[in-house]
Design a protein around this ligand. Sequence first.
Ligand SMILES: Cc1cc2nc3c(=O)[nH]c(=O)nc-3n(C[C@H](O)[C@H](O)[C@H](O)COP(=O)(O)O)c2cc1C
Length: 201
Amino acid sequence: MFYEPASGHPLPHNPFKAIVAPRPIGWISTRGAAGDNLAPYSFFNAVSDSPMQVMFASTGAKPDRDGAKDSVAQIRETGVFCCNLVSYDLRDAMNASSAPLAAGEDEFAAAGIDKAECRTIDCPRVAASPAALECRVTEIIALKGQHNTMVLGEVTGVHIDDSFLTDGQFDVTRAQSLSRLGYRDYAAVREVFALSRPGQR
Ligand SMILES: Cc1cc2nc3c(=O)[nH]c(=O)nc-3n(C[C@H](O)[C@H](O)[C@H](O)COP(=O)(O)O)c2cc1C
């Protein structure tokens, strides 16, 4: 089959997110005048490693925020955010934190998620997350469409829970890092294999 998205799609549900899958989940924590905030974003990825930079994109807006969701609104205030890794064990907490709470309602408290403090930025992080990236905004870009916003940030601090290190490597299968697929589906990393690049030994 073939279709042009500008004319809709012929399937019961839009397959776009199932095609661009798996997507890592940036569990974004922020602190603003309204308080602390936490929400998952799967339009999330690393975009460079020297310096380390990440992006996430927010689509849509909340009625109590001016054309944004809480995360972007808070980041516009402070210029900082933290990306917490979602392990399989944290799946229900992550999902609970996606509830559209009113601005100023703290998802950490609402979902019973313990906080820790970031070190290079004034921002909370998820204490139980196997790894977290503290970030300073480099750019906020308005994307095509209504309320589509991309936030880019440079990583200024990296937290790793030592119990997820095996022989000095971050053990993604121990974390069973969660990623988002299409529809209501998720995947957990339980099996990995290695390939050497051409010319690598
Ligand atoms: C796994 C998962 C991934 C999500 N990814 C995104 C995303 O990439 N962009 C987005 O705008 N909303 C995404 N959402 C929905 C937001 O988490 C939801 O709108 C949340 O209420 C936003 O919170 P905030 O207003 O506190 O930022 C996702 C939800 C889940 C459960």
